[in-house]
Design a protein around this ligand. Structure first.
Ligand code: 5AD
Ligand code: FES
Length: 366
């Protein structure tokens, strides 16, 4: 398949004709089947801390939001969730939190080590912008993958919605490159329909997915949270023809095009998408390019406090309910539940081409 040009990407992003969109869904689905198969991999999500030092203009967990009840799970609670993941047959867990400076790097390394010692799980971290020493420590402890969305490739828009910490200019693409050099599988992504995001911006985001050779790509609609500054902005697509809408259909288009631009990536049907269409959002995502779902393992008493955006799907269900629901949804569309870790095909190819970085100087240190 030849790569899509910038003009073709914009054309597809702006397409509204149902029968032509059917062609896009079919191309994405065929590409998904050819490159990553019919198995849908389950990654258990553990939202282990709602503390956050940052002030992203869109995120409900931002530090200035005093309406959030902050929690931090104990090491035992987190490891217990990982055991639950094994019992459900998942191959991986995602440890996610705000940028919680109260959770030391050493404490997180201990948790990663315990999970790696006690289970066969792949461990993914999603804990924000961190320095190299922390990333290296967690990698040496056994962390396999790291998720860090760049949110938008438009640097002016990124800066407008994402204040730096004093003395620490934010550069997520540079961190992704450092993560790759450390031997992590890397995942990134963007929100669809951020106020101020244009068609041109979104097409560039899609190019960046390919350029970064991402192992994992997450795209979800921007969902206004009432306790954030960005929510005060009027839906711009009503007045600006260049504004990308934060709609369900727009998210499917971005997801399908992400599959076409990066055929081997592991791409989830996200919870944000399921939030817009609680009945069929996951299934439609899986039929339009996605091959991963992330059932929530966070104990419900904490989950309710982890409100990045409001009205989140799967908010009150227990881990067992989420698990049963996901399996049912996968099987109802004729797909199979993935077995094993569901590693990135690209990462496996990289590892056979070069020595495993885990066996490099990091883990060789006494
Ligand atoms: N709407 C949709 N997605 C959001 N995220 C954060 N806030 C929102 C929101 N209001 C996404 C960001 C972040 C990920 C963890 O959640 O893309 O990287
Ligand atoms: Fe917590 Fe952005 S508000 S990382």
């Amino acid at each position: 398949m030849t790569a899509l040009t910038h003009a073709e990407l914009i054309h597809w992003l702006r397409e509204t004709d149902d029968s032509r969109l059917d062609t896009l869904w079919r191309m994405a689905d065929e590409t998904r089947r050819t490159h990553v198969g019919d198995a849908v991999h389950l990654r258990g999500l553990i939202e282990f801390s709602s503390h956050c030092a940052r002030a992203c203009a869109y995120c409900g967990l931002r530090a200035p939001n005093s309406a959030v009840v902050r929690y931090r799970m104990t090491s035992d609670e987190i490891v217990e969730c990982a055991h639950q993941a094994v019992a459900f047959g998942y191959g991986a867990v995602v440890l996610q939190s705000g940028e919680d400076r109260g959770f030391t790097a050493a404490a997180l390394a201990d948790i990663v080590r315990r999970i790696k010692d006690e289970t066969p799980l792949a461990v993914t971290l999603s804990v924000g912008e961190r320095d190299n020493a922390e990333l290296a420590l967690w990698r040496a402890a056994g962390a396999d993958r790291y998720l860090l969305r760049f949110e938008t490739s438009n640097s002016a828009l990124y800066r407008a919605i994402h204040p730096d910490l004093p003395g620490r200019p934010s550069d997520r693409v540079a961190q992704l490159m450092r993560l790759r050099a450390l031997g992590y599988e890397i995942g990134s992504g963007a929100m669809i329909g951020i106020p101020g995001q244009t068609w041109d911006d979104l097409a560039r985001d899609l190019f960046l997915f390919a350029e970064l050779e991402l192992d994992m790509i997450g795209v979800g609609p921007y969902l206004p949270h009432p306790d954030t500054p960005l929510a005060a902005i009027t839906p711009l697509h009503a007045i600006n023809p260049q504004q990308v809408p934060n709609s369900e259909e727009m998210t499917y288009k971005a997801l399908a095009l992400a599959r076409l631009t990066r055929p081997t990536a592991n791409i989830p049907a996200t919870t944000a998408l399921a939030t817009l269409n609680k009945r069929y959002g996951r299934e439609l995502g899986l039929r339009r390019g996605a091959n991963v779902v992330m059932p929530n393992l966070t104990p419900p008493r904490y989950r309710e406090q982890y409100q990045i955006y409001p009205d989140k799907a799967c908010l009150t269900e227990s881990a067992a309910d989420c698990h049963g629901c996901m399996r049912w949804r996968i099987e109802s569309i004729g797909r199979t539940v993935g077995v094993g870790r569901g590693d990135s095909p690209s990462q496996l190819a990289r590892q056979t081409a070069s020595p495993d970085p885990q066996k490099g100087p990091l883990s060789a240190c006494p």
